[in-house]
Design a protein around this ligand. Sequence first.
Ligand SMILES: [Fe+2]
Ligand SMILES: [Fe+2]
Length: 358
Amino acid sequence: MYAQALDAVGQTAPAGPEDGERGQRFQRRVDAEQRIEPNDWMPAGYRKTLTRQISQHAHSEIVGMLPEGNWITRAPTLRRKAALLAKIQDECGHGLYLYAAAETLGCAREELVEQLLTGKAKYSSIFNYPTLTWADIGAIGWLVDGAAIMNQIPLCRCSYGPYARAMIRICKEESFHQRQGYEIMLTLCQGTPQQKEMAQDALNRWWWPCLMMFGPSDKQSLHSADTMKWKIKRFSNDDLRQKFVDATVPQGHYLGLSFPDPDLQFDAHSGHWRFGAIDWSEFKRVLAGDGPCNRERLAARRRVHEEGAWVRAAALAHAKKRAKNQAKNEAENPAENQAENQAENPAERASEAQTTGE
Ligand SMILES: [Fe+2]
Ligand SMILES: [Fe+2]
């Protein structure tokens, strides 16, 4: 999935000799479905695995803006352009929540971004494929965001509080993304024969890479037991992939499209759609940096990072100046500030509660 590289053999941090009593207490809390918060004690393996998973997820959201950004200026109508802009902006917001969640584990954002730009950190392999036609924007929303939802809904119950809370907000937006993608596909499929052909071509190209998004089969993963035990992960990669196929195939048939898999067949006995073998050599190649757009994606991220250096410097200088002025103001008028803070805080809290839907 968005953190699919984690599941490769040998990639997850080992559990370690779980720190005796503290480790047992930690596990009891996890078993009792209590959230682990940033200041709580946690095993080093848990912290390391989560930092890697959340940062890979954040990188995927940010890099994921690139293939769709490619179509903003060419969206067919103003309505489509506005929806696409909003979606891409949402993905940026997802990246920001997730970097903030990863930072609560003690790793600075600068360090995480550096790991992405130097190629040390991975992001989802799906974003290394090109968006060749407008139908690809439909296919991404329908399939890529659809696969993301399948994986991310269980993450809303992840044992780590900041990650779980970020995912609740993200999942609400992902569901809008999936619908807008499907609606693009539906419009194309009800259009001219050429438009329908374009939708079919997009499905043909995106289907297999989407199935790869769930990561390798759990049989190949030595450490998924730890992430299950820690309740970071709740379902196996294979189970999530199957759920996605079962939900998506009828949607494709409703569009009047066919799937590029001669082995795809409904198994009435189990109630599941059975699908053909996934080409894992392609997955490994793309993840290792040799997909159709890996170089292009990283080059774009590096370029914008350099071009944005002045914005980061200006924001830091502004924050510093503001803090200094505030400190000076507080030192000069302590009584006034206290009254102001008391008046301001309830309003602030109310508006926060509104935006979080509390
Ligand atoms: Fe997202
Ligand atoms: Fe999305």
